[in-house]
Every structure is written in C-alpha cells, then in structure tokens.
Ligand binder design. Structure first.
Ligand code: GLN
Ligand code: ZN
Length: 776
C-alpha cells in the first residue's frame, strides 16, 4: 500500500512564513530573504515527509498566501484593476500576488484587495477568484513548475497538487451580471493542459487534482461538466497518473459520476464519511483499474488515530479491492492541523496523559507509515510495539476520568424542552425589560470590546508570566474599566460595556476557565495569509468551576447608574472555534458548554446585570456542506444557544451578536434563537445584509451595525443617519438599536472616540426626526 500526503502546513514549525511575510510587507527584509525562508520551509517539509516514509509527497501545496489565489495567478485570472501594477518593473509576481490578497495603497494607487471567504466548513479562508464575461486565460505564473523542479533537485518523489478546474471556477465569483462562471471552462482548460504538459516534460508522473466541490450538492449539468473536464485533461496527458481528491465529506450523490471519470486514483475522506467505503464495495468495481486513496488519518482534528479501527477499514478495502489498488492518506490536507506535537513541552499546560492522545501533522504522517506497515503481511517489530502503544493510548482516552464526568453527562441527559425556552413571548419580555431599563428610542450600545492597547496586551503577557502579581494586574484592569465606563457615560452611550480588557480572545478566555479544555503553546493553524490561530482543544466533559465574568462585569456596574451589558461567548462559537472531541457528537459537547454558559448567565443576573449578550459570530460556520444535514445542525446549535440563554427572568434582556456571514439561508434559525436584541454586521454592504432580516420579518429588536469597525476611517454622523433611515423604511423605529458592527478591540482610541461620539449624535438626531412609540 502506497502512502501519500495531500498537503503539509506551510507556515513552518515556528510560524516562520508569517514572520517573513509580515517583515517583507513592512520593508524590513528583502524579497530574496523572503524567498529564502520560503524555500527552507519547503525543503524542511519535503525532507520531513520523506523521513517519515511518505512515498508520494505533495508539491505546490506551499504558498505565500493562499493556494486558490496562486491558481488565479497560474491561469492569469488577474482582475483588470491590477493592470497598472503589472506595468511596474519594480514589482514582480510575488508583489502582484500580495497586492491582490491585501490591496495596494501606494504611489497614488488605491487598489482594493480581492474578496476572501471561508474554505468549505473550515476556518481557513481563500481568496475568491473574480470572473468576467468573455474572460480569457493564459499561463501566467509557473510557480507549480518551479516548485516541482525544486523538489526534483531535493531528491523528492514529488506529486504536484493543483486546484482542479471545476472547483477553481465554482469557488469564484462573477463580477459581471448575466453570465455563469462555469461557462468559462473552455477558455480555462487549455491553460491547465499546458501546465500538465510542462509538468510532464519536467518529469512529473503524478498529479493531484483537488476538487473538494465534489462533496457539495451539485446539479446534473455541473456533474456533466466534470466529465468534460477530466476527459479533456486525460486525453491531453494520458501518461500522467491522475489523483482526484475531494474531502470534508463523502461524494454522496455525485459518486456514480465520479466513478466514471477517467482518473487513476480516487481519494476518499473516510474520516468524515466512513460509509463511503461500503458504497464503493456495493458498486462492485472489481474489474476496474481504479485505485483508491483511503483518507484514514484525520486531517481536521488533533487526535491520535485509532489504529484498530483504521485497520478494520483498511482490511475491508483490501478484501474488496486487493492491496495493489489501495493507497492511504490523511483525510484532507494537513493544512488544518498544527505542525508538530513534539514542540509542546510545557507539561503544566498540556499534561502528558492528554498529549499522549494527540497527534499533529508530523505525527499523523508517522501514523500513516505505521498503518501501511501494519496492513501488510509482515509488520516490523517496532511497528507492532507502536501498535501496542496506540492501543494503550486509545484505551486511556476512552476511560480516563480526566475526560468523563458523570454529573456533567447526567445534567445534559436531564435537560428538558422547557430549559431551552423563555417563559414569555418577546412582546411581553420587552415591556418588562423596558420597565427596568428605561431606555430611550434608538438605544446606543457597542459590541463589547474596546481598544486593546499595547499596554493592556503587555500587562496580560506579564501577568501570565508571573511578572505582574494578580493584585497589580487586577488593579490595572479595573482602572481601564473605570476609564471606559466614565468615557461611555460622558459620551452618552445608553447601554455600557466593561470593555473586555482582560480577554485575550473571545473563546480562549472562557476555555481557560472551563474544565475539559487544554491549550497548546505552539498549535498554530493558518486562518488566512499570515494570520494564524491557536484553537483551544476540548478534550473532556466541559464544566464551569467558578464564575468567569461576574467580577469585572459587576465592578463595571458598580461604577454607574446606566445598565452595563454582560458579555459572553456562545456555546456554538466556542465549539466551532476549537478542536473538538471525536468520541461524542458535537451536539453533546455543545450542550455541555451551553450549560456552563447558562450558569454564568444566571450568576450575572443574580449579580444585578440586567442585559447579557451571548455572542455567536461562528454559528453559520458550522453549517454542514450537504443540504440534507443542515437542518439537524441548525436545530441542535439553536437549541444549545437557547439552553445557554433561557434560564433568565423575563425582565433580563438577552442580546446576541453575529458578523461576517450571509444571513439569508439561516434566518429561521437566527429568529429561533429568540434573543431580545441581535446586533449584526451590515455597514460594509450598505445594509444589504439587513434585507434578509426585513424579508424574513425578523420579530425581535435589531441593531444593524452603523459603521465598519474593520477600517480606521471615522464615519460622519450623517452617514450613520442615512444608513439607519434606509432601514426605517422597513423596520419600525421602536425596534432599532444603534451600534457599531463588531467589537472595537482592533481599533485605537483615537478613532474609536470620535466614531462613537458621532454615533451617539446620530441617535439623538434620529430620536427627534423619527419619534417612536416605546415610551408613550
Ligand atoms: N464581544 C466581542 C467583541 O466585541 C465580539 C467579537 C466578534 O464578534 N467576533 O470583541
Ligand atoms: Zn462581530
């Protein structure tokens, strides 16, 4: 059985790529220094994969920014607005690529960046290709060929990886109205053919086409297009061994078409969809020469592979297809997991027992080699002993009392429908809340965080290291809270926040205080470009040990007569932004988190906090790729939010916040959350996103963000009034809140103060121009 890998993390063990790119952007290093760092990462990765016994090693999985953007450059799909840059002899391919990814504001040019969006249901973001009617393509960047040559020089059996032509078009966006981007396929294919021919000439024997769109619901026409694409490519380069890879789910209804494609090896994600193997066996492909790549090691999560389970699958496949037709691989590119577990050396943060359950990219490759050996006739002695260790680790994970807390499981079991519903209707609650809160029309508020200054970050870091004592740190944070409260009062904001100065990250802050979470020191994963995230690891039953936010929130409330809003991160967002357990359904883990948040909500309420916001910016992210699974996800995720939020009195006002997503297709779910107020991002799209709420007749109060906090630009009062007036055509004035469109932690006070001051002025003017009815 051959082992191969679909892609390796390109950020480097210590985020060398991030650091090099950012230094290059800041003109601190030259382009040749940047190139040298990149080359070293590639060589290290190839060498490492080689040493771990991987037979076919991916090439062209490396990118400075994003592999989809690289594909746009490969085929010359460069939006016309960048044309002036292509004239500049002082720039080259790398600079153009960065300009497309990040925009270009220099030498009198102001070119906006290309759009970025989420890569399927992962937290990786790709740069969306832009297409226009009648667009032509031509081979522009030969990076794939250069990298293949480089791998040959390094003595590597390289397998170039390329985004398949269908997925490339499908994942893009039409910039002109009235045409379908898929109709560009005839223009596009000759460029792919040219690339394949060049690779072939350079000595490539294999090529991996990534067509993850094959796990989506596709139409008949779209599937027909696949046939055309792969017939064309295969006829052009019959000598190349085609590997077709889709991942993140099974092929589902697309399988029969996929099996007709002229490819040599078909990759299957058997982690997300182990049933696929049975579907293949049912298809009786006995006489077909097609090979299968069994994606058996989880490329999306950080748990050790269960060898016994994997071997059962492998043996089933061996029996059906014979050993020679089988390869094994990770389920998808290892891009989505951190590099190397052995870099985690802080036993206090990551105890040895838990670490022994885990596996990062490098370890996953070791697992592949061991599995290949174990599936053969005569496994090595060392492999057998590794198998013994694996069994012991899996057994320990199944039974450890670090993981399993009977009372947590019992509490989830005992949940009733009534735990997930407020006692009274929204209308009734709104009256009760108004009696307590006495808010004006168009109440003003913010989303929670205030600027995280350099000083605040430094205090947190020093506190973590033990340089700042608990008391000193606490005093410093309280001083910041006091300043923030005073400033909000002076500015005339109606619902105040404490500012979230004590929080590093909206998930990590809670995870660190909950049982069942651990944090790695170096478990970085690329999110987009040079941005990496370090997701928490949920390893066990989640339990709150003590109140997490009550102290600072009530401190803030003690300083003012105005209502202070308690700020919490919702269960679905905590779940979706973490590495999760693979030994129980996500829905169950989510309910455990929901109960912890519910307890926090109760404690805040008991401490006299009358407004509590539960943020769920990641609700939409968890949406399954296949339509058929969406309803179930939305049901359990909404239910978890409601478990977290429904334990309060009628007079306690629950807010939620969501940003950066299309709301249209999940409107019923958003309404079902039954939050008293939702604040949403809308300003970048000039309130277009609000249409979904209007069309759906969203029943509760709504705060459409009136200005974009992602830019340092200070908006004028009139702009904000105009945006709100646009919405007043559709929403009754007494249901509208006035707020920015997200938290302000990435902004400075210099721009935050004038922006919020204008926002308050805007609300004051609106109250005069559009008197509502609440207080009459
Ligand atoms: N309350 C959070 C903040 O203001 C919300 C962040 C978010 O929406 N991502 O920072
Ligand atoms: Zn937000």
């Amino acid at each position: 059985m051959r082992t191969h890998n679909l892609g390796y993390p390109r950020i480097g063990n210590h985020r060398e790529l991030k650091k090099a790119c950012e230094s290059y952007w800041a003109n601190k290093i030259t382009q040749s220094e940047l190139l040298a760092t990149a080359k070293q990462i590639r060589l290290n990765n190839w060498q490492l994969q080689n040493e771990e016994g991987i037979e076919l090693i991916p090439v062209n999985d490396f990118t400075f920014y994003d592999h989809v953007l690289d594909t746009s450059l490969m085929v010359g799909a460069i939006p016309p607005r960048y044309a002036p840059l292509l004239q500049k002899t002082s720039l080259n391919e790398i600079d153009w690529m960065f300009a497309m990814a990040r925009g270009y504001q220099k030498d009198g040019l102001d070119l906006t960046a290309m759009e970025m969006t989420k890569w399927f249901d992962t937290n990786y973001h790709y740069i969306v290709p832009e297409f226009t009617a009648g667009q032509t393509f031509s081979l522009f960047s030969e990076k794939i060929i250069r990298h293949f040559e480089e791998s040959k020089e390094a003595g590597i059996n390289g397998k170039p990886v390329i985004v398949g032509p269908f997925s490339f078009l499908y994942l893009g966006k039409e910039k002109d109205k009235g045409f379908n981007r898929l109709s560009l396929i005839d223009q596009l294919l000759p460029v792919y053919v040219q690339v394949l021919e060049k690779l072939r000439t350079a000595g490539a024997e294999f090529i991996q086409f990534d067509e993850p769109c094959l796990t989506l619901d596709l139409t008949h026409e779209e599937l027909q297009l696949f046939k055309k694409v792969y017939h064309t490519l295969k006829i052009a380069t019959p000598q190349l061994h085609f590997i077709l890879a889709a991942y993140f789910d099974g092929y589902g209804k697309n399988l029969s078409t996929v099996l007709e494609l002229p490819v040599d090896t078909l990759h299957l994600d058997l982690v997300k969809c182990p049933e696929q193997l049975d579907h293949l066996i049912e298809n009786r492909l006995n006489d077909s020469p097609l090979r299968f790549s069994l994606g058996i090691v989880d490329g999306r999560n950080i748990w050790k592979n269960d060898f016994e389970q994997s071997l059962q699958l492998i043996k089933k496949a061996q029996k059906a297809f014979g050993n020679d037709r089988l390869w094994i691989a990770p389920s998808c590119s290892l891009l989505h997991v951190p590099c190397d577990l052995s870099l985690e050396t802080n036993e206090e943060a990551l105890p040895a027992t838990i670490k022994n359950w885990m596996s990062f990219a490098k370890q996953k490759l070791q697992e592949l080699s061991l599995l290949a050996d174990l599936a053969g006739d005569r496994p090595k002695q060392a492999t057998l002993s590794a198998y013994g260790n694996n069994k012991a680790a899996i057994y320990s994970k199944q039974h450890s009392d670090l993981i399993h807390q009977t009372h947590v499981k019992a509490r989830v079991q005992a949940l009733q429908a009534s735990d997930a519903t407020r006692n009274q209707s929204f209308e009734y609650r709104k009256q009760q809340q108004q009696l307590v809160l006495q808010l004006p029309d168009f109440p003003t508020t913010t989303i929670g965080s205030f600027p995280q200054t350099k000083e605040i970050r430094a205090w947190r870091a020093q506190h973590k290291k033990g340089v700042l004592s608990d008391t000193t740190y606490d005093t410093l944070i309280k001083e910041e809270i006091t300043k923030a409260i005073r400033w909000q009062e002076e500015t005339g904001i109606d619902v105040l926040v404490h500012g979230e100065f004590e929080r590093n990250d909206m998930v990590e802050y809670f995870g660190e205080q909950l049982n069942g979470f651990v944090f790695t020191a170096n478990g970085w994963v690329q999110s987009y470009g040079s941005r990496c995230v370090k997701p928490p690891v949920i390893f066990g039953d989640v339990q709150r040990v003590a109140p997490m936010t009550v102290a600072y929130t009530s401190y803030a409330q003690s300083l003012t007569q105005q209502p202070v809003k308690g700020m919490l991160t919702g269960p679905v967002t905590i779940l979706n932004w973490s590495f999760v357990r693979n030994d129980q359904p996500r829905a169950v883990t989510c309910l455990q988190i929901a109960l912890a948040i519910r307890d926090e909500v109760k404690d805040l309420e008991n401490a006299g906090i009358n407004i509590i916001q539960i943020d769920e910016p990641a609700l939409r992210e968890g949406l399954p790729l296949k339509q058929s699974e969406r309803e179930s996800y939305l049901n359990w995720s909404v239910n978890a939010f409601k478990v977290a939020s429904s334990g309060v009195k009628d007079a306690t006002q629950i807010h939620t916040h969501m940003c950066y997503c299309e709301f249209n297709d999940i409107m019923p779910a958003i309404a079902a959350l039954d939050a008293d107020v939702i604040t949403i991002e809308t300003s970048r799209s000039q309130m277009e996103l609000l249409d979904a709420f209007v069309e759906f007749k969203y029943p509760n109060d709504i705060g459409p963000g009136v200005y974009d906090i992602h830019s340092p630009r200070v908006p004028a009062k009139e702009e904000m009034i105009q945006l709100i007036e646009k919405t007043l055509a559709f929403l009754p004035a007494d249901r509208v809140w006035i707020n920015p469109d997200c938290g302000l932690k990435t902004r400075g006070w210099e721009e935050t103060k004038p922006a919020l001051t204008s926002m308050v002025d805007a609300a004051r003017e609106l109250r005069i121009k559009h008197p509502a009815t609440v207080n009459q």
